[in-house]
Write a protein that binds this ligand. Sequence first.
Ligand code: KIV
Length: 285
Amino acid sequence: MRLTIRDIRKMKDAGEAIPMLTAYDATSARLAEAAGVPMLLVGDSLGMVIQGYETTIPVTLDHIIYHASIVTRVTQTPLVVGDMPFMSYNVSPEQAVSNAGRLMQESGVGAVKLEGGETVAPAIERIVNAGIPVMGHIGLTPQSVNRFGGFRVQGREIVGAQQLLRDAQAVQSAGAFAVVLELVTGPLAQMITEKLDIPTIGIGAGPHCDGQVQVFHDILGLFDGHMPRHAKRYVDAGGTMREAIQQYVKEVQQHAFPTDENSFSMSQDVLDALKEEGVESGGDY
Ligand code: KIV
């Protein structure tokens, strides 16, 4: 049975921490599900870790639908959340609800996520009223990186912190079932978590959020680009994979792979007959 937003809310109410991880394809989704992750995010971070862009800006709704369909098709249990990419919800609440509908209908996700606080609350409300669960995302919102002038921690000053408190409240009042807090100072994230009824999911927001979200490639050491301070590398899978590929290249070059173990035999009679035929027909084989 697939988990729903009610199950996620129950986890907060029971004081059970909520682990969330991004997934973009069959391999990452199956691994995350097998490890017991209850909530998967098909994030627009795929722009960086899958597509090789510098930011999330070039990611389109069709890209998210494509990757989210794979993740929902190969998993049974986790709640799958699909990210609404840049400019897919910013024009009007009507545009937002129409695109959220497409994302849910065409990919099978159980919820959508969009970035912003007070300013996107009307869009969140319209989407929720259409029957589509929404996860909010406040703090450092990567789609607005050009406005922020870089990936900076949010809410260090009084005005910014007050705005984040208002944003969190607005997202909850608009009907979101949870909210991501990205690059928010620990004490402020704790304050928001205590104020809200809905779960907060932190990334670079300290240990007091109700849950944590991380990028698949960051925790596994698969991404060669900038490693953010808020991420923890649990294994250097990229290094291990590189060494394995180097070994493969070496063995092919040295004719050490494949061996008989990796090859398929045939009966000597058939081989002899082929050879015979080859000789009679002028040695074409
Ligand atoms: O796109 C993404 O992966 C995200 C998380 C970092 C929260 O939005």
